[in-house]
Design a protein around this ligand. Structure first.
Ligand code: MN
Length: 232
Protein backbone atom coordinates (compact mmCIF):
# COMPACT_ATOMS: atom_id res chain seq x y z
CA UNK A 1 0.00 0.00 0.00
CA UNK A 2 1.33 3.40 -0.93
CA UNK A 3 1.56 6.26 1.52
CA UNK A 4 1.95 10.01 1.31
CA UNK A 5 5.66 10.74 1.59
CA UNK A 6 5.08 14.29 2.84
CA UNK A 7 2.48 15.26 5.40
CA UNK A 8 -0.69 16.57 3.73
CA UNK A 9 -1.72 20.12 4.62
CA UNK A 10 -4.34 20.41 7.30
CA UNK A 11 -7.61 21.73 5.89
CA UNK A 12 -8.03 25.36 6.97
CA UNK A 13 -11.25 25.90 8.91
CA UNK A 14 -13.53 28.73 9.97
CA UNK A 15 -15.31 29.08 13.29
CA UNK A 16 -19.13 29.18 13.24
CA UNK A 17 -20.52 31.83 15.60
CA UNK A 18 -22.33 30.21 18.51
CA UNK A 19 -21.26 26.67 17.60
CA UNK A 20 -18.38 24.35 18.33
CA UNK A 21 -18.59 23.04 14.74
CA UNK A 22 -16.30 24.43 12.06
CA UNK A 23 -16.33 24.94 8.28
CA UNK A 24 -13.57 23.44 6.14
CA UNK A 25 -12.37 26.09 3.68
CA UNK A 26 -12.14 24.67 0.16
CA UNK A 27 -11.39 27.59 -2.15
CA UNK A 28 -11.07 31.35 -1.72
CA UNK A 29 -12.46 33.53 -4.52
CA UNK A 30 -12.19 37.31 -4.43
CA UNK A 31 -14.11 39.88 -6.47
CA UNK A 32 -12.10 42.84 -7.77
CA UNK A 33 -13.28 46.48 -7.86
CA UNK A 34 -16.79 45.90 -6.57
CA UNK A 35 -17.42 49.35 -5.09
CA UNK A 36 -17.38 52.35 -7.41
CA UNK A 37 -15.46 54.62 -5.03
CA UNK A 38 -12.75 51.98 -4.60
CA UNK A 39 -12.48 51.40 -8.37
CA UNK A 40 -11.95 55.17 -8.70
CA UNK A 41 -9.29 55.32 -5.98
CA UNK A 42 -7.48 52.52 -7.86
CA UNK A 43 -7.62 54.62 -11.02
CA UNK A 44 -10.47 52.92 -12.87
CA UNK A 45 -13.90 53.94 -14.06
CA UNK A 46 -16.37 51.38 -12.81
CA UNK A 47 -16.96 48.46 -15.18
CA UNK A 48 -20.49 47.08 -15.11
CA UNK A 49 -19.96 44.60 -17.95
CA UNK A 50 -19.09 41.65 -15.76
CA UNK A 51 -17.34 40.94 -12.45
CA UNK A 52 -13.77 39.68 -12.35
CA UNK A 53 -11.99 37.51 -9.82
CA UNK A 54 -8.70 36.43 -8.40
CA UNK A 55 -8.07 33.61 -5.95
CA UNK A 56 -6.12 33.05 -2.78
CA UNK A 57 -4.86 29.74 -1.45
CA UNK A 58 -7.13 28.37 1.29
CA UNK A 59 -4.06 28.33 3.56
CA UNK A 60 -4.10 32.13 3.51
CA UNK A 61 -7.12 32.06 5.87
CA UNK A 62 -6.29 33.11 9.44
CA UNK A 63 -8.56 33.41 12.45
CA UNK A 64 -9.99 36.49 14.12
CA UNK A 65 -7.69 37.79 16.84
CA UNK A 66 -4.51 36.67 15.09
CA UNK A 67 -1.29 38.59 14.66
CA UNK A 68 -0.22 38.28 11.03
CA UNK A 69 3.28 39.07 9.78
CA UNK A 70 4.09 42.09 7.67
CA UNK A 71 4.87 39.71 4.86
CA UNK A 72 8.07 39.46 2.87
CA UNK A 73 8.38 41.05 -0.54
CA UNK A 74 6.44 44.27 -0.09
CA UNK A 75 7.01 47.84 1.04
CA UNK A 76 3.32 48.73 0.65
CA UNK A 77 1.13 46.15 2.41
CA UNK A 78 -2.55 47.18 2.29
CA UNK A 79 -5.76 46.28 4.08
CA UNK A 80 -9.06 45.75 2.25
CA UNK A 81 -12.02 45.01 4.53
CA UNK A 82 -14.78 42.92 2.92
CA UNK A 83 -17.99 40.93 3.32
CA UNK A 84 -17.23 37.22 2.93
CA UNK A 85 -19.84 34.78 1.60
CA UNK A 86 -19.57 31.12 2.63
CA UNK A 87 -21.14 28.65 0.20
CA UNK A 88 -23.16 25.89 1.89
CA UNK A 89 -24.54 23.81 -0.99
CA UNK A 90 -23.22 22.68 -4.37
CA UNK A 91 -23.84 25.49 -6.85
CA UNK A 92 -23.34 25.25 -10.62
CA UNK A 93 -25.16 27.54 -13.07
CA UNK A 94 -27.33 28.94 -10.32
CA UNK A 95 -29.88 31.65 -11.12
CA UNK A 96 -29.87 34.93 -9.21
CA UNK A 97 -33.20 33.93 -7.75
CA UNK A 98 -31.81 30.66 -6.32
CA UNK A 99 -28.38 32.02 -5.34
CA UNK A 100 -29.00 32.96 -1.71
CA UNK A 101 -30.31 29.43 -1.05
CA UNK A 102 -26.71 28.24 -1.65
CA UNK A 103 -25.23 30.49 1.06
CA UNK A 104 -24.36 28.96 4.42
CA UNK A 105 -23.48 32.26 6.00
CA UNK A 106 -21.36 35.38 6.11
CA UNK A 107 -18.19 36.64 7.74
CA UNK A 108 -15.94 39.71 7.93
CA UNK A 109 -12.70 39.35 6.01
CA UNK A 110 -9.51 41.21 5.17
CA UNK A 111 -8.01 40.85 1.70
CA UNK A 112 -4.43 41.83 2.58
CA UNK A 113 -2.58 42.91 -0.54
CA UNK A 114 1.00 43.60 -1.60
CA UNK A 115 -0.17 46.77 -3.35
CA UNK A 116 3.23 47.58 -4.84
CA UNK A 117 3.44 44.18 -6.52
CA UNK A 118 -0.20 44.16 -7.60
CA UNK A 119 0.25 47.52 -9.31
CA UNK A 120 3.62 46.75 -10.91
CA UNK A 121 2.28 43.43 -12.29
CA UNK A 122 -0.91 45.10 -13.43
CA UNK A 123 1.11 47.75 -15.29
CA UNK A 124 2.97 44.98 -17.14
CA UNK A 125 -0.29 43.07 -17.78
CA UNK A 126 1.03 40.20 -15.69
CA UNK A 127 -0.98 38.09 -13.21
CA UNK A 128 -1.67 39.47 -9.72
CA UNK A 129 -0.68 36.37 -7.77
CA UNK A 130 2.27 37.83 -5.87
CA UNK A 131 0.14 40.82 -4.95
CA UNK A 132 -2.93 38.89 -3.84
CA UNK A 133 -2.19 35.20 -3.16
CA UNK A 134 -0.22 36.09 -0.08
CA UNK A 135 0.44 33.89 2.94
CA UNK A 136 -1.62 34.91 6.00
CA UNK A 137 -3.50 37.41 3.80
CA UNK A 138 -7.09 36.32 4.39
CA UNK A 139 -8.04 36.95 8.03
CA UNK A 140 -11.66 35.90 8.50
CA UNK A 141 -14.08 36.21 11.42
CA UNK A 142 -16.44 33.58 12.76
CA UNK A 143 -19.20 32.79 10.26
CA UNK A 144 -22.79 33.75 11.06
CA UNK A 145 -25.53 31.69 9.46
CA UNK A 146 -27.39 33.25 6.56
CA UNK A 147 -30.55 33.86 8.59
CA UNK A 148 -28.62 36.58 10.49
CA UNK A 149 -28.24 38.56 7.23
CA UNK A 150 -31.33 37.63 5.20
CA UNK A 151 -30.76 40.60 2.87
CA UNK A 152 -27.03 40.97 2.08
CA UNK A 153 -27.77 44.00 -0.11
CA UNK A 154 -27.80 46.35 2.84
CA UNK A 155 -25.80 46.99 5.99
CA UNK A 156 -22.97 49.19 7.17
CA UNK A 157 -19.41 47.98 6.54
CA UNK A 158 -16.62 49.88 8.29
CA UNK A 159 -13.02 49.43 9.37
CA UNK A 160 -10.68 51.20 11.75
CA UNK A 161 -6.88 51.28 11.77
CA UNK A 162 -5.52 51.95 15.26
CA UNK A 163 -8.95 53.27 16.20
CA UNK A 164 -9.16 55.72 13.28
CA UNK A 165 -11.95 55.08 10.80
CA UNK A 166 -10.57 54.35 7.33
CA UNK A 167 -13.39 52.59 5.49
CA UNK A 168 -17.10 53.34 5.94
CA UNK A 169 -19.68 52.25 3.37
CA UNK A 170 -22.80 50.18 2.91
CA UNK A 171 -23.36 46.81 1.26
CA UNK A 172 -25.97 48.55 -0.92
CA UNK A 173 -23.00 50.08 -2.77
CA UNK A 174 -21.75 46.69 -4.03
CA UNK A 175 -21.65 46.90 -7.83
CA UNK A 176 -22.24 43.15 -8.10
CA UNK A 177 -24.63 41.90 -5.43
CA UNK A 178 -24.18 38.58 -3.65
CA UNK A 179 -26.81 36.82 -5.86
CA UNK A 180 -25.23 38.29 -8.99
CA UNK A 181 -21.75 37.11 -7.95
CA UNK A 182 -22.95 33.56 -7.22
CA UNK A 183 -24.93 33.51 -10.47
CA UNK A 184 -21.88 34.63 -12.48
CA UNK A 185 -19.15 32.65 -10.68
CA UNK A 186 -21.22 29.43 -10.74
CA UNK A 187 -21.19 29.67 -14.53
CA UNK A 188 -17.47 28.89 -14.41
CA UNK A 189 -17.01 26.78 -11.28
CA UNK A 190 -18.89 23.97 -9.60
CA UNK A 191 -19.06 25.85 -6.31
CA UNK A 192 -18.87 23.58 -3.29
CA UNK A 193 -19.77 23.83 0.38
CA UNK A 194 -16.80 25.48 2.05
CA UNK A 195 -15.90 27.70 -0.89
CA UNK A 196 -15.70 31.31 0.27
CA UNK A 197 -16.05 34.52 -1.73
CA UNK A 198 -14.52 37.85 -0.67
CA UNK A 199 -16.94 40.33 -2.25
CA UNK A 200 -14.63 43.34 -2.66
CA UNK A 201 -13.61 46.32 -0.60
CA UNK A 202 -15.09 49.79 -0.22
CA UNK A 203 -12.94 52.90 -0.71
CA UNK A 204 -10.37 53.94 1.85
CA UNK A 205 -7.76 51.21 1.43
CA UNK A 206 -4.33 52.00 2.79
CA UNK A 207 -0.98 50.80 4.01
CA UNK A 208 -0.29 49.10 7.32
CA UNK A 209 2.77 49.17 9.57
CA UNK A 210 4.04 46.63 12.11
CA UNK A 211 2.10 47.08 15.33
CA UNK A 212 -1.08 48.32 13.65
CA UNK A 213 -4.45 47.02 14.81
CA UNK A 214 -7.17 46.60 12.19
CA UNK A 215 -10.73 46.25 13.43
CA UNK A 216 -13.76 46.06 11.15
CA UNK A 217 -17.47 45.43 11.58
CA UNK A 218 -20.34 44.58 9.28
CA UNK A 219 -23.89 45.07 10.54
CA UNK A 220 -25.55 41.76 11.49
CA UNK A 221 -22.37 39.81 10.62
CA UNK A 222 -19.93 40.69 13.37
CA UNK A 223 -16.43 41.98 13.66
CA UNK A 224 -12.83 41.06 12.95
CA UNK A 225 -9.71 42.26 14.74
CA UNK A 226 -6.17 41.65 13.52
CA UNK A 227 -2.76 42.87 14.57
CA UNK A 228 0.13 43.39 12.15
CA UNK A 229 3.29 41.77 13.44
CA UNK A 230 6.93 42.29 12.62
CA UNK A 231 8.39 42.39 9.11
CA UNK A 232 9.38 38.94 7.90
MN1 MN B 1 -10.25 42.86 -2.27
Amino acid sequence: MSKLIFPALEVPTLEIAGSSDRIPVQRVFCVGRNYEAHAKEMGFAVDREEPFYFTKSPESIVADGSTIPYVAGTENYHYEFELVVVIGKPAFRVSKEDALDKVFGYACGLDMTRRDLQLSRRAKQLPWDLGKDVEFSAPCSAVVTADKLPDPSTGRIEMRQNGVQKQDADLSLLIWSVPEIINHLSGFYHLRPGDVIFTGTPAGVGAVQPGDVLEGTIANVGSLKIKIGDKE
